[in-house]
Design a protein around this ligand. Structure first.
Ligand code: NOJ
Length: 743
């Protein structure tokens, strides 16, 4: 028995049900240990209805009317111990009162867990997650999550349903806005950054709360990008692409998971015993809390895998789902299921143990009122941080003829309704954010003549009188997010006509894209010399975009997801396998491509330009034990300070199965003054090159290629190294972080 197993057994014995992982102990908050005896004692004294009550999470309000259901009827249910948790509630005072009822008036006095979707800010709304991922700066992502947690905690919340770590390669899926894009490695870094920001290793500590890593698993792979649809995944894709960020989140200490709505190859994730209880709990050793998604336990009947709600409850519990979000199936039907099948009872006890362990870990048994802080809740918005994060999330996609930055004194016209849409600036999930807090681009550029573009002819007149036209186009906030899949991701509404009218003026145009997903804009952007991707950047949208336009800051964001030319290219990824007839620009050659559109994306994964230029030296590769250390010198060859995202990709050119043409395995956002040079060292372990085969991470001996560059399609230096002896990895290859040092 190794030390990890020993540790895990001890923890289980102690009743602290929240603790070990296959790679070593996850930090256990002190309070959990202290309360393990209490948890055992409580479980011993609880009636079956009280146990099932703990497993019940109910909405205390609607998303737009928080706390609206906390009436006397609801209070009586709390008194009877019928709930373990509320979602869609907030507010230091109301939650304090609600908690008081649970603690003082229910038989066992067990505190409630208060949850909400705090996705990219609570009061201070920051860039949407896809935009934050475009910073390629996990430290910034961590700060963003920490700020959101701090504000949410002050409002009395214990638990946020963040991060969403679903890898997604089909931008038709509306929920790409909530994730970190198409790549498992970038997604893993962003997943762990968010968990660290929210929990900081101890969710009971000041400013912290409990994270919930979602949606386990395969939700980003739904057929055709249709939300809630089926995901028909191969075992290899599941392990190499979709599972790694979840693994990374566990390692970072995430305290809870949410199962996904979708099925994977016919088995709904809410009932997927092999992936939830088998993979997550068993093979990965995860002992935290698992909650279903909204109403998903009842919806098992719609999937057609059970006939009755009691069967649905039993199936979800067997799969490993501890808490029922919103469907009421556990509270109404689990007792009947247990009466019919006594083998469910130990599973109920385990689930309750995990729920109580989370409450203990949050410190709620020590101080059930420790989370609300009315004074902190009244603090001003964190505008400086919000602006910095927004600026760092912007991606310069095209800049022909150096249209940007704008020269001082340029007469600009600002066209497009999105440029003045404060509601879209704050994105789809907005917690307690308010549109009136958002500074739009129009407000940030008072010197520009503005036209919303509703009448293209009028807009063209305004444009015609300017030197440069800033054209804000994209989609509004309500077109991306949950249940917002679209079959055609070109410009919605009449925007194409507006683009055509402005283009006809012959003025230089800067397209300012505002959207929650990569759009298919080959046609819309034809002939437009400058393009900025600005997503939905939060309350400081306008000032952040203005900083980039005027050149106060050089852009350095990178696409976390490639942009297709046309919708029909989806799903799409830079990390595709090569095929026997790789895509060829020459139509006379039969190859893996569409005949009616050019090969490849309009803008590739990792793409983003700067106002400066960077030179890359040759790669030096040094073998050190089971690692290859890849060094490269990068120089700022331009005239101004700027940042560059240096990206490292690998390829296994000959393996027992076809391998992706390239896969990200390291990156670093580097800041350099004009003329400055730095050397980056990436330490790549052999386990990061493993492939998933027959249930194992296999490291095949042979030659591997390394590519370093400025995007997945702009490789500046290449090298190779060999692995002499094969072996086996223990963790998903993409979940393992590459150590990068800079000298
Ligand atoms: C459904 C969504 O899929 C999930 O992401 C969210 O956390 C819950 N609703 C709660 O609002």
């Amino acid at each position: 028995m190794n030390s990890t197993q020993l540790h895990r057994r001890d923890v289980m014995k102690a009743g602290a049900l929240l603790a070990a992982s296959a790679w070593g102990p996850v930090a256990i908050a002190k309070s959990t240990r202290d309360h393990s005896a209490r948890i055992r004692d409580l479980i011993g004294r609880m009636t079956l209805p009280e146990k099932i009550g703990q497993m019940n999470q109910i909405a205390g309000g609607r998303q737009k009317a928080l706390n609206s259901r906390l009436d006397e009827g609801m209070m009586n249910r709390v008194r009877r111990g019928e709930m373990g948790s509320f979602l869609h509630v907030a507010g230091a005072e109301p939650l304090r009162k609600l908690q008081k009822v649970a603690v003082e008036e229910s038989r066992l006095g067990i505190p409630l867990l208060f949850a909400m979707d705090v996705i990219h800010g609570y009061r201070t709304i920051l860039p949407v997650p896809l935009a934050l991922a475009a910073s390629w700066d996990p430290a910034m992502m961590e700060q963003a999550a920490a700020l959101a947690a701090e504000e949410a905690r002050a409002a009395g919340l214990h638990w946020t349903f963040t991060p969403m770590v679903d890898v997604a390669r089909d931008a038709r899926w509306g929920r790409v806005v909530e994730g970190a894009g198409e790549d498992a490695y970038l997604g893993s870094r962003m997943a762990e950054a968010q968990v660290r920001g929210i929990e900081g290793g101890d969710p009971s500590a000041p400013g912290r709360m409990l994270s919930c890593t979602k949606h386990f698993v395969g939700y980003g792979a739904v057929a055709g990008g249709r939300d809630y649809d089926s995901a028909d995944l191969t075992d290899r894709a599941l392990h190499e692409v979709y599972l790694p960020p979840f693994h990374a989140a566990i390692r970072a200490g995430t305290g809870s998971f949410m199962t996904a709505f979708n099925d994977v190859a016919g088995v709904p994730m809410t009932a997927h015993e092999d992936l939830v209880r088998g993979q997550l709990r068993g093979r990965w050793g995860y002992q935290g809390l698992i909650v279903s998604d909204w109403n998903a336990i009842r919806e098992l009947m719609n999937h057609g895998v059970v006939a009755t709600p009691a069967e649905a409850a039993a199936l979800a519990l067997r799969a490993g789902v501890d808490m029922d979000m919103a469907s009421g199936t556990y509270i109404e039907h689990l007792a009947a299921a247990v009466a019919a099948d006594a083998t469910l009872l130990p599973l109920v006890d385990e689930a309750v143990g995990r729920i109580l362990a989370v409450k203990a870990r949050l410190g709620l048994f020590d101080d059930p009122y420790g989370f609300g802080d009315a004074r902190r809740a009244a603090a001003p918005l964190a505008r400086t941080k919000a602006r910095e994060m927004a600026t760092r999330s912007i991606v310069l996609l095209r800049n022909e003829g150096a249209v940007l930055p704008l020269k001082p004194g340029t007469k600009v016209a600002l066209i497009g309704a999105l440029a003045d849409d404060a509601s879209s600036a704050i994105g789809s999930w907005r917690a307690r954010g308010r549109p009136e807090d958002a500074v739009t681009l129009r407000t940030a550029l008072p010197q520009a003549s503005y036209d919303p573009g509703t009448d293209p002819a009028a807009a063209a007149r305004i444009a015609g009188a300017a030197d440069v036209v800033l054209l804000a186009i994209g989609e509004d906030f309500d077109l991306s997010g949950e249940a917002r899949s679209r079959s055609d991701i070109t410009l919605p509404g009449k925007q194409q006509a507006l683009v055509d009218a402005i283009r006809a003026t012959g003025k230089p145009i800067v397209a300012i894209l505002m959207n929650g997903r990569p759009l298919a804009l080959e046609k819309a952007l034809a002939g437009i010399p400058a393009v900025l991707e600005t997503w939905f950047l939060g309350i400081e949208s306008g000032p952040a975009i203005a900083e980039i336009l005027t050149g106060k800051t050089s852009p350095a964001g990178r696409l976390p997801m490639g942009m297709p030319r046309v919708t029909g290219q989806l799903p799409m990824t830079y990390a595709h396998v090569p095929s026997g007839r790789p895509a060829n620009p020459d139509l006379a050659i039969d190859s893996a491509r569409y005949r009616d559109v050019d090969v490849g994306p309009l803008f590739p994964f990792g793409h983003g330009l700067s106002y400066s230029r960077f030179d890359y030296g040759a790669l030096a590769i040094e073998q050190r034990g089971d690692a290859a250390v890849v060094s490269v010198a990068v120089t700022n060859a331009g005239e101004r300070s700027a940042e560059e995202v240096v990206q490292l990709y690998v390829r296994d050119p000959v393996a027992s199965v076809a391998r992706p043409v390239r896969e990200l395995r390291g990156f670093h956002r580097l800041s350099l003054r004009a003329g400055e040079q730095r050397t980056l060292r990436f330490t790549l372990t052999h386990a990061q090159l493993a492939l998933w085969k027959a249930g194992k991470w296999v490291i095949e001996p042979g030659v591997f290629e390394v590519m370093v560059g400025s995007s997945s399609a702009d490789i500046r230096a290449r090298g190779r190294f060999a692995i002499a002896e094969g072996g086996e990895g223990t963790a998903p290859a993409a979940a393992i972080a590459t150590v990068v040092s800079v000298s």
